[in-house]
Design a protein around this ligand. Structure first.
Ligand code: NI
Length: 175
């Protein structure tokens, strides 16, 4: 079921999410199904459970060619429960970022270039992998939602913060 995506200013986006303790449950399955339905319906690159008002540590990421990020490489579809991100070096890269909860706006946001991720799947099995570049960026963005943080709080150069139509005139990029 496609769910409403909460927008910046909603207090449910500002809270730390709780760890998932019950795996292989119909409630978790339904949450994950709703998250995929919602992120696909709006061409998002990822979605975190707090964005649909559920305060649990669950994220989905993944996209093919995406009109919201025309220059971004595809990233593999993945659902993560209780993810923990550790940077694997201290190099930060800045690139454009947006958020379904901050519609119409983009900014350059610094993120770690390379990360290690520990998480669980829907049945509670442990996952462990490395990611870099745009894939790592999306994972860091989604995991920030689990801490109650949205990308504007990560901007270091506010001259890059603006509306899509003004930043990229005539590009046709949807908000
Ligand atoms: Ni977001």
């Amino acid at each position: 079921m496609i769910r409403e995506v909460l927008k910046m200013g909603d207090p449910r986006l500002m809270r730390s999410a709780e760890r998932v303790e019950d795996f292989d449950s119909t409630a978790l399955d339904a949450l994950v199904a709703d998250m995929w339905d919602t992120v696909r319906a709006v061409s998002g690159g990822g979605l975190a459970a707090p964005q649909i008002g559920v305060g649990l540590r669950v994220v989905v990421v993944g996209m093919g060619r995406n009109p919201r990020y025309p220059h971004a490489p595809p990233i593999p579809p993945m659902m993560l429960v209780n993810p923990i991100i550790t940077p694997t070096d201290d190099i930060l890269e800045s690139d454009w970022e947006g958020c379904l909860s901050v519609p119409g706006l983009r900014a350059m946001v610094p993120r770690y270039r390379s990360i290690h991720v520990e998480a669980q799947d829907q049945k509670g099995a442990q996952l462990s992998f490395d990611a870099s570049g745009f894939h790592a960026r999306v994972l860091q963005h989604e995991c920030d939602h689990l801490l109650g943080r949205l990308f504007p709080s990560r901007i270091d150069d506010f001259t890059t913060f603006g509306f899509v139509e003004q930043l990229f005139p005539g590009s046709g990029i949807p908000s």
